[in-house]
Design a protein around this ligand. Structure first.
Ligand code: BES
Ligand code: MN
Ligand code: MN
Length: 462
């Protein structure tokens, strides 16, 4: 595969412009006001797959947003790579913190991205990373170098829990049969430190509601005599961690796999500067579970975080009031072996048990998913490793990530194949935040690396 670099060089302006067009469509899956845009994006992805050389592309209807399925079958005796990605994006809020509108992509140079980065919601998560696979396919088909079969499955509900994808996968095992699943929806340590993601955390997401009196009350007339749901809720939340930042829910750690000394020592070899980390976040110190390093805290350890909390008066000025209700959204990141449904139950039981008599508590489970770890001795990992080695000139480091792609464990269960996570984003790319961006260098490097994966995977499989 001599000419992938030259091909990228020749077509890079078009690759960038095509991605920019895709980023202009606000495919926000969480907000039904954008329904037409989400569907429009599915159609644009379909067209791009046809243009890239798929033999067959269809928009598969589901109870929710459609799944774009495409394939190019070269020979049924050859291995099949199934590419997964998502065309939906997170809501862009808070809008006032964006330096340019989230759906009007602009290219700007930064310290981390001297070649420029595309600023737009979804630039990195996941339109930019998904589209690298479309362009890699274009290269392989147009130069007659596709060494195996390929299937694409691009969904529109990843950011809201992938409910329709589970439905689709369970009903289409035959159609989706493959030898390896390939995903670019994670990150890497740095441009000069390529890494392959070998683990994802699971997730349990819940919402809690604490109700005190039946109506909002004057805080002078009633204050001190009835439970204030906001006081109670914050106290309950505070009690979920002890002084060592361990989570206090009984049974929470029962199934957590403790890594061996050697495994932890191996992890600690990954380049990491605590000083740079603190500086980039403008914090004087890190904070987390006692006995673990920052990299352990954000990958191999489970966590509990409040994602949002509200209630009472938050408008201008002051209003003296005891609110009737207080709310919070809480996420728990889980590690492999912890079952998200079991953890959700443990949370619910514990949270209800610590509520004082004076309030009512309701715990509403949202979505969740299992964690995932992938071995590094599989053919898929070896092929990915060789691909990075060739395009980066360096062997990649295996790295467990703290993020979640819950559908990956379902793929293993239903399709019986391993997933390889070839992510090209950087932690500083601000995914889910204002000013999300994706480096042009990363985008083009991804397009360059992916065809090499196909080549080595096919070679190693034969
Ligand atoms: N692509 C991310 C997950 C991710 C990002 C994993 C970076 C590793 C590194 C994905 O789109 C995402 O945001 N997942 C959600 C979970 C989902 C159920 C909403 C998450 O991790 O919060
Ligand atoms: Mn994503
Ligand atoms: Mn995301």
């Amino acid at each position: 595969m001599q000419n992938i670099k030259a091909y990228v060089e020749e077509h890079k302006d078009r690759f960038i412009n095509e991605l920019i067009e895709l980023l202009k469509i606000p495919s926000i899956s969480a907000d039904s006001a954008y329904k037409n845009d989400v569907i429009k994006t599915a159609q644009a992805v379909k067209q791009s797959l046809l243009d890239a050389g798929c033999d067959m592309v269809e928009i598969c209807e589901t109870p929710g947003y459609p799944i774009v399925y495409g394939e190019k079958i070269v020979d049924s005796n050859l291995p099949t790579v199934l590419v997964y990605g998502h065309y939906d994006v997170q809501p862009p809020d808070p809008l006032n913190l964006w330096n340019s509108p989230p759906f009007e992509p602009v290219i700007k140079k930064t310290d981390k991205h001297p070649d420029g980065a595309i600023y737009a919601r979804g630039a990195c998560d996941d339109k930019g990373q998904m589209y690298m696979h479309v362009k890699a396919l274009e290269f392989m088909t147009s130069t007659d170098q596709l060494p195996c079969n390929v299937k694409f499955m691009i969904e529109g509900e990843e950011e809201v829990g992938s409910a329709s994808l589970s439905w689709f996968v369970e009903r289409n095992q035959q159609k989706l049969a493959n030898d390896v699943i390939l995903i670019s929806d994670t990150g890497m340590i740095g441009k000069d430190i390529p890494s392959i993601t070998t683990g994802l955390r699971g997730l349990s997401y819940v919402e809690v509601e604490v109700t005190g009196p039946n109506r909002d009350l004057h805080s002078g007339l009633y204050g001190g005599a009835v439970a204030n749901p906001i006081n109670v809720l914050t106290k309950m939340i505070a009690s979920l961690h002890d002084e060592n930042n361990h989570i206090t829910i009984p049974g929470f750690y029962d199934k957590v796999e403790e890594l061996t000394k050697d495994e932890r020592a191996e992890m600690a070899k990954a380049p990491f500067s605590l000083e740079d980390y603190k500086e980039s976040l403008e914090i004087s110190d890190v904070y987390g579970e006692k006995g673990y390093t920052t990299n352990e805290r954000n990958s191999i350890r489970p966590t509990l975080d409040v994602n949002g909390i509200w209630g009472g008066y938050t408008g201008e000025g002051a209003k003296t009031v005891i609110a009737s209700k207080a709310y919070a959204k809480i996420s728990m990141r889980l590690v492999p072996n912890q079952d998200w449904k079991e953890i959700t139950e443990l949370f619910k039981k514990h949270f209800e048990s610590i509520a004082p008599e004076a309030v009512k508590v309701e715990v509403k489970p949202h979505h969740g998913g299992q964690g995932y770890v992938t071995p590094i001795d599989s053919i898929g990992y070896q092929a990915a490793s060789k691909a990075y080695e060739e395009s980066f000139g360096k062997k990649p480091i295996p790295q467990r990530s703290g993020g979640s792609i819950p559908i990956v464990s379902l793929f293993e269960k239903e399709l019986k194949s391993k997933t390889i996570l070839m992510g090209f984003g950087l932690d500083s790319d601000a995914i889910h935040s204002p000013n999300e961006h994706y480096g042009i260098w990363n985008y083009l490097k991804g397009i360059e690396t992916i065809p090499l994966f196909y080549k080595y995977f096919t070679e190693l499989t034969q």
